[in-house]
Write a protein that binds this ligand. Structure first.
Ligand SMILES: O=c1[nH]cnc2c1ncn2[C@H]1C[C@H](O)[C@@H](CO)O1
Ligand SMILES: [Zn+2]
Length: 361
């Protein structure tokens, strides 16, 4: 890390996170305890060993194999109390890492293995976030958590999940998403759900341009009307860097011109093979070209990461300073799914004042 930015200071500074999966961020010790309660067999029962197992198993170079690890987190998130606990701890962990605004997503349809209904699943998670946020505020780490409901792209429940999201919009659900294996499951399979959400004036992001390239990004934006791109990192396939200056193709130019936010997740991309290393991650080029870049964790458990760690990796790899970290944070806050005045309040009252003294140094 460059000498003038210390990890402890990155932790202290306010951060905004748009792309974090609830079932990708459990504490290993919690998985062990909940697995014992519900009788689920784990690959390891020592929390430290289990944490290492997740990172190792997810480090496969393939999105499909990376996703297999979620079987062990989803298995312990099948009861109201389990879901509530995981959501509470998620809010507490993010707040302790200095995250002041987070959008956390999960797929309700994956939590119906016992006897919960979709609405009960959502209510349990919202309850956990509320509890964790209240405790974090009391401890001096205020955080606002918004929930995104995800539909799995290989399944056929997106319309139902979209309706579920709209039903809970006044209780903390701020958006919708689709996730899961990308190749073979284009966003247009879920067009009905996206058209419904647009008619409801609701917000959505789409995982696109991670394991599959430009056609997926193009569909997500031009057919489905996505507000943001989950990853979207492969937009670089439409940027030529062979000449003296980078040249943008029509899709890349559209994404930049329209200020479509890219929810970039560097560590996750290295694990699934979407990027060779952090230093070679397209975030460097995309920032230089002034795309609306945001920095995200994706799955803190599977990547052994946090928002502070992702920032520290960029400080190391690209020599970023406080100005770049502030830019990423404000980009995320501008791109959030909560109302404009509430976004502005966090930017003006929380983010800018905290970075101001650091930028003067
Ligand atoms: O990076 C991802 N790409 C596609 N799907 C993902 C990614 N990370 C997590 N998921 C899936 C696995 C989870 O079970 C689901 C809902 O959070 O979303
Ligand atoms: Zn994701």
């Amino acid at each position: 890390m460059v000498a003038n930015i210390r990890y402890e200071d990155i932790v202290k500074v306010p951060k905004a996170l748009l792309h974090d999966h609830l079932d990708g961020g459990l504490r290993p010790a919690t998985i062990v305890e909940l697995a014992a309660e519900v009788g689920h067999e784990l690959p390891a029962t020592d929390p430290e060993e289990l944490g290492r197992w997740f990172v190792g198993a997810a480090d496969s170079g393939s999105l499909e194999r990376y996703l297999e690890t979620f079987a062990h987190t989803v298995a312990v998130m099948q009861t109201a109390s389990g879901l509530r606990r995981v959501a509470r701890e998620c809010a507490l962990d993010l707040a302790a890492d200095g995250v002041v605004y987070a959008e956390v997503r999960f797929a309700p349809e994956q939590h119906l293995e016992r006897d919960l209904t979709l609405d009960e699943v959502v209510e349990s998670v919202l309850g956990g976030f509320a509890e964790g946020s209240a405790e974090a505020a009391e401890a001096g780490n205020p955080i606002r958590v918004g929930t995104l409901l995800t539909a799995m792209r290989h399944a056929a429940r997106s319309q139902e999940i979209a309706e579920l999201a709209v039903r809970h919009r006044d209780a903390g659900v701020v958006g919708f998403d689709i996730a899961g294996a990308e190749a073979g499951f284009p966003p247009t399979r879920h067009l009905d759900a996206f058209e419904y959400l647009q008619r409801e004036n609701f917000h959505f992001t789409i995982h696109a341009g991670e394991a599959f390239g430009l056609p997926s990004i193009w569909q997500a934006i031009q057919w489905c009307g996505a507000d943001r791109l989950g990853h979207g990192v492969r937009i670089v396939d439409d940027i030529s860097t062979e000449g003296p200056e980078p040249v943008l193709g029509r899709l890349a130019a559209y994404v930049r011109d329209k200020r479509i936010p890219l929810e970039l997740c560097p560590s996750s991309n290295v694990q699934t093979g979407a990027a060779a290393s952090i230093a070679e991650h397209p975030i460097g080029l995309l920032r230089d070209l002034r795309f609306r870049v945001t920095l995200n964790t994706d799955n803190r458990l599977m990547s052994g990461t946090s928002m502070s760690r992702e920032m520290a990796l960029l400080v190391d790899a690209f020599g970023y300073g406080w100005a770049e970290l502030r830019w990423l944070t404000i980009n995320a806050m501008k791109s959030a799914f909560i109302p404009f005045d509430e976004r502005l309040k966090i930017i003006d009252e929380v983010i800018k004042p905290a970075y101001a003294p650091l930028l003067r140094d």
